[in-house]
Design a protein around this ligand. Structure first.
Ligand code: PSU
Ligand code: MN
Length: 311
């Protein structure tokens, strides 16, 4: 059902780590040429961790995990590439289109494969301001037994409402060495995560316990952007308020909303937000690679305690 590159198929057969990457962030989320930097830095980061990267996409109607060099070029040039969420997959397949997959669609493809770990920048969520708009990323997280590593949800969203929905959907939000839900460009949102883990091994142990309970929700692993690239919490806010006003007056709706807001922030904050975006994509890829490698070698070892009791 899902086409794998020989390298990805081989890694799955040998039981070494594989990390899925989404393609919507490359074809819609980031501008040219930052999208190329993102693809290269994320892929290299996954490899440095000892895992194999697999970019998810629909290529001329074929649902795919792992792109050839030529295919990646087509997605980076983005001509004729549509944004594909989970509900769009079937039509894209039948109509032989090229689709860049969101978090939701990437999870849907992963759920049909043995790829268990996914690295991205930020998930979609509940948008601010009416009209009501909630990303399918949230419901797919609720039914895809996989691990997703991200820097939270982008600050263009209503973060408290997004976390409330994740709670309702019973998606564990595990902070990697952090106690707050990150706000994508900045480290802090003042909103708590459900638990903190201090190592990839501890995340794998939580994953194992979650699956043993028969849970089907994804584990959402979050970490803040690297300190050297993070922006101050208030810095993005003024830009965002203006972008939301523009979106309203231009009557931007539905799937166009996220790319529209991302482009406005990009234009207004230039290099700063882009540097933060690329740095967090890379560090999420490193962590996802570490988790994938730990998961691949996991033989049900006892749950490691990061906080051993004093004896
Ligand atoms: N957040 C980002 N960059 C992105 C996206 C989110 O920082 O490119 C993309 C992801 O692919 C995410 C999608 O899954 O936007 C959510 O879109 P929507 O809100 O239309 O579901
Ligand atoms: Mn939407």
């Amino acid at each position: 059902m899902i086409r794998l590159t020989p390298e990805v198929a081989d890694a799955l057969r040998r039981g070494t780590g594989v990390v899925a990457l989404e393609s919507s962030v490359l074809a819609q989320g980031l501008p040219i040429p930052a999208n190329r930097d993102a693809a290269e830095r994320m892929s290299a980061a996954v490899q440095r961790s000892g895992a194999v990267p697999a970019i998810a996409a629909v290529v001329d109607g074929v649902p795919t995990l792992g792109l050839s060099h030529e295919e990646l070029e087509r997605f980076l040039n983005r001509e004729g590439i549509t944004k594909v969420s989970s509900r769009d997959l079937a039509a894209a397949i039948v109509q032989r289109r090229c689709g860049a997959t969101t978090v939701a669609a990437t999870l849907a493809l992963m759920a049909r494969s043995d790829v268990r770990v996914f690295a991205t920048g930020g998930i979609g969520g509940v948008h601010r301001a009416p009209p009501f708009d909630e990303s399918a990323d949230l419901v797919e997280l609720a039914r895809s037994p996989r691990i997703v590593v991200c820097a939270g949800a982008k600050s263009i969203l209503d973060l408290p409402a997004t976390l409330e929905r994740l709670e309702t959907l019973a998606v564990p939000v595990i902070g990697y060495r952090c106690t707050e839900f990150p706000a994508f460009f900045s480290a802090s949102s003042s909103l708590p995560v459900t638990a903190t883990a201090d190592s990839a091994a501890e995340i794998v142990a939580i994953e194992r316990a979650h699956r043993r309970l028969g849970r089907t929700e994804a584990l959402l692993v979050v970490q803040p952007p690297p300190a050297h690239a993070a922006m101050a919490a208030g810095e993005i806010e003024a830009v965002l308020v203006e972008a939301l006003r523009e979106a309203d007056s231009e009557r931007i709706r539905g799937a166009a909303m996220t790319p529209f807001l991302l482009a406005r922030i990009e234009r207004a904050t230039g290099g700063r937000s882009r540097a933060a975006n690329l740095a967090l994509l890379e560090s999420n890829a490193v962590l996802a690679g570490d988790i994938a490698v730990a998961l691949a070698s996991d033989r049900g070892a006892p749950v490691p305690s990061a906080h051993p009791r004093a004896s």
